[in-house]
Structures are given as structure tokens and as C-alpha cells.
Design a protein around this ligand. Structure first.
Ligand code: NAD
Ligand code: MG
Length: 395
């Protein structure tokens, strides 16, 4: 039986890699719904190749344009628009698995809908767990969803843990989780030079080709901070059990240290098709189109502790994780606004961390009781961050 897959964020970096793995296994997987924001040309090309039952875009005008093109090409694809369509297609009875690869808070509602519908959820969209980790994990448990981490580090940790890790890391003999980080493009840049960093420089990641938001997050190491929070929720790991290790080669994708002295890690070339294929086929393994790792070519692996002075955002993530409630949602929202402003050249690179910190100080956190609490905290943080940028506070 072929599995019907909904790809949330099909035109992005993870979306395109997901479709590449699906393309290699037409007997196993069918792209049932392809969902994107506004890149209609790219989405139409994907529709031509994969002939999905549904395609989704942001607004009615884009949907009308895409629907006309699909009709003219004789495709069976029905075109819908908006958040409601994303939610429907994440939860539809025909769907077996959902790739959650929208970037940022926009992915929260459809990904939560997939969990509530008990789907197999392949999670790339880490902001979902940062914003609403408690709600999302509860939905996964209560509705019998299967959660498979796609983020390369979390996928590596998942592979390095015993299958029944949900009974508790301590009772599995886990001492620590070692979350590896490349350190991004500015690991060794003099602090004084970081004032003048451009979006192009920040997006030029040394090892991974990714979307622009996560590339900037990697440059500030906010990405690693978001991943600490992600690991906390995925593996019920207390913050003190999660240690960030800078590993510039990005070959060891993370590791688990056990109390008998063993360290289990997953290694591979930095190519997201590996964790995507793992999540798609789990517990089986399938061809992903990724070159086998050549250890002789790699030669050596280096490891260093992170510099928390330079990478202030990483420290902020540990702080909000310890604070709990809606504090991580506030940090996430502030960071999304800050990164968008940086990419628009309206905020200097070093001001991203300063803005995040200012928003955390100004916007009070509360309990993460419901989705409304999370969305209200997210909105308040965005308003405050937008105002600070508008007033030129960090120019
Ligand atoms: P990207 O910017 O390349 O793609 C984002 C996708 O989301 C696009 O298809 C876009 O159309 C869609 N999208 C954006 N806003 C939307 C909205 N409001 N409604 C519907 N669709 C919307 O990003 P990416 O690099 O593919 O990252 C996607 C997610 O995966 C992020 O959360 C990122 O942190 C995570 N992730 C990415 C990588 C990677 O290697 N790229 C690795 C690990 C985790
Ligand atoms: Mg990652």
C-alpha cells in the first residue's frame, strides 16, 4: 500500500528534499497534498511532476492562478488556499503521514492538527515545539500520533536512543544528550566584524544549504537554542542533560552518552535527505540519494564548547526553557521578527540577540495552558518587537 503524504512547505529546502526522496520510491509514497506560501511557479512544477490530489497556497488570487494552470495542464489537482486548507489537509482521513516543513510559527496550527488526527508526523518545523511543546506533545500522546524528528540532530539522537526511550531517559541509562552545532559561518569571526554582517554572509552556511530563516538562526546560534528546547520536548530531557558541542565538520549529527561510558552517535554527510528518508521509512531504511560517508576524506572530527558570550541567543534559549510557560514562544516570536528585519536590512546582525533579550524583558510570560495562550504571547512579542524596530531602537 502506498502512503499518502501531505508536505507542508513543499517549495522550501526541506520540502524539495522530501519530494526528492519520494521521487525515488514511487511504489511506497504518493505526494497527496503539496502546500506552499507564494512560490506558485515552483509549486506548479511540483504539481506537474507529482500530480497531487491537492495543492495549497496563501491567498485566493494565487490559488486562482494555480488552479487555472493545473486545469490547462489536465492535472487532477484541486487548489485551495489559507490556513484552514492546511489544517484540513494535515488531518484528512486519506493522509498517512505529514511532513511538517513550513518555517516558523505559521506551521503550528496545521502541525498540531496532524498530531490531533493521530498521523505520523515528520517534524522539521522546530518552532512548533519551541512555541507549544507541552500542548503538542500532549496532542501526540492523547491521539496516538507517531512523531519522528527530521531535524538532523534530533533524528541522530532518536537513532542513538533505545526504541522505548519514552519510559524515561534516566531509566534507559542516559547520562547526557550531546547536541552538535557547526558554529555557523561566524564561529571564528572577530566580534568587531560582526557589526557589518550582511544577509548574504549570514545565509552562506559552511556545511548545509537551507532556507534563509534557519540560516540566519545558525549564524546567531539561535537555531541551536531552539534545538535545545526541541530536544527537551522530544525526549523529555531536563535542560541540564542537554549539552551543546561545537563540531565544525557537521558529520556527527549528535550523540547520546550513557552511564556505562558508552557514547552512541549517528554520522553521515550533511544532507537532509538522510533524516527525511529515515522518518519516511521508519523502522525500515531506504535509499535516500545520499553519498556514503567517506571517513578517509573526512580525516578528523573536531569538538569545542560553545562561546555563550558571542552567541547570546543560545544562552537566552536555555533561560526561557528553564522559565517555562510561554517564555519560549515569546523568544521565538521576537526572533522571527528580528530575523525578518535583518533579512530586510532594517536591523543589524548583532541587534538580533539584543532585540530578543529586550522583548523577553518587556513581555511577561504566563502558563502555556491553551493554544490561545501561546498565540496571544506570540502576538504580544511580535507587536513589541515591531514597535522597537519601527522606533529605530536598535538601528
Ligand atoms: P524554507 O524557507 O526553505 O521553506 C519554507 C517553506 O514554508 C516554503 O515552502 C514556504 O512556502 C512555506 N511557508 C512559509 N510561510 C508559510 C505560510 N505562512 N503558510 C504556508 N506555507 C508557508 O525553509 P526550510 O529551510 O525548508 O525550513 C523549514 C523548517 O524546517 C524550518 O522550521 C526549519 O527550522 C526546519 N529545518 C530545516 C532544515 C534545513 O536543512 N533546511 C534542517 C532542520 C530543520
Ligand atoms: Mg538542526
Amino acid at each position: 500500500m502506498r502512503q499518502n503524504i501531505t508536505v507542508l512547505g513543499s517549495t522550501g529546502s526541506i520540502g524539495a528534499s522530501t519530494l526528492d526522496v519520494i521521487r525515488r520510491h514511487p511504489e511506497r509514497y504518493r505526494a497527496y497534498a503539496l502546500c506552499a506560501h507564494s512560490q506558485v511557479d515552483k509549486l506548479f512544477a511540483q504539481c506537474l511532476e507529482f500530480r497531487p490530489a491537492f495543492a495549497v497556497v496563501r491567498d485566493p488570487a494565487l490559488a486562482a492562478d494555480l488552479a487555472e494552470r493545473c486545469r490547462a495542464a489536465g492535472l487532477p489537482t484541486l487548489v485551495r488556499h489559507g490556513v484552514e486548507a492546511l489544517v484540513d489537509l494535515a488531518a484528512a482521513p486519506e493522509v498517512d503521514a505529514v511532513m511538517a516543513a513550513i518555517v516558523g510559527a505559521a506551521g503550528l496550527e496545521p502541525t498540531l492538527a496532524a498530531a490531533r488526527a493521530g498521523k505520523k508526523v515528520m517534524l522539521a518545523n522546530k518552532e512548533v515545539l519551541v512555541m507549544a511543546g507541552e500542548l503538542f506533545m500532549r496532542a501526540v500522546r492523547e491521539h496516538g500520533a507517531m512523531l519522528l524528528p527530521v531535524d538532523s540532530e534530533h533524528n541522530a539522537i532518536f537513532q542513538s536512543l533505545p526504541a522505548d526511550f519514552s519510559r524515561g531517559l534516566a531509566s534507559c541509562g542516559v547520562r547526557r544528550i550531546l547536541l552538535t552545532a557547526s558554529g555557523g559561518p561566524f564561529r571564528n569571526t572577530a566580534l568587531a566584524d560582526l557589526c557589518h554582517v550582511t544577509p548574504e554572509q549570514a545565509c552562506a552556511h559552511p556545511n548545509w544549504v537551507m532556507g534563509r530563516k534557519i540560516s540566519v538562526d545558525s549564524a546567531t546560534m539561535m537555531n541551536k537554542g531552539l534545538e535545545v528546547i526541541e530536544a527537551h520536548w522530544l525526549f523529555a530531557a531536563p535542560p541540564d542533560m542537554i549539552e551543546v558541542v561545537v563540531h565544525p565538520q557537521s558529520v556527527m549529527h549528535s550523540a547520546v552518552q550513557y552511564n556505562d561510558g558508552s557514547l552512541l552517535a549517528q554520522l553521515g554527510n550533511p544532507d537532509m535527505r538522510t533524516p527525511i528518508a529515515y522518518a519516511l521509512a521508519w523502522p525500515e531504511r531506504i535509499e535516500a540519494g545520499v553519498e556514503p560517508l567517506d571517513l578517509f576524506a573526512v580525516g578528523r572530527l573536531d569538538f569545542q564548547p560553545p562561546d555563550l558570550e558571542r552567541f547570546r541567543c543560545l544562552q537566552l534559549a536555555y533561560d526561557v526553557l528553564r522559565e517555562g510557560g510561554t517564555a519560549p514562544a515569546i523568544l521565538n516570536a521576537a526572533n522571527e521578527v528580528a530575523v525578518a528585519a535583518f533579512l530586510d536590512r532594517a536591523l543589524p546582525f548583532l541587534a538580533i540577540a539584543r532585540l530578543n533579550e529586550a522583548v523577553l524583558q518587556a513581555v511577561p510570560a504566563g502558563p502555556e495552558g491553551s493554544l490561545d495562550d501561546v498565540l496571544a504571547a506570540d502576538a504580544a512579542a511580535r507587536r513589541y518587537a515591531g514597535r522597537m524596530i519601527g522606533e529605530g531602537c536598535f538601528a
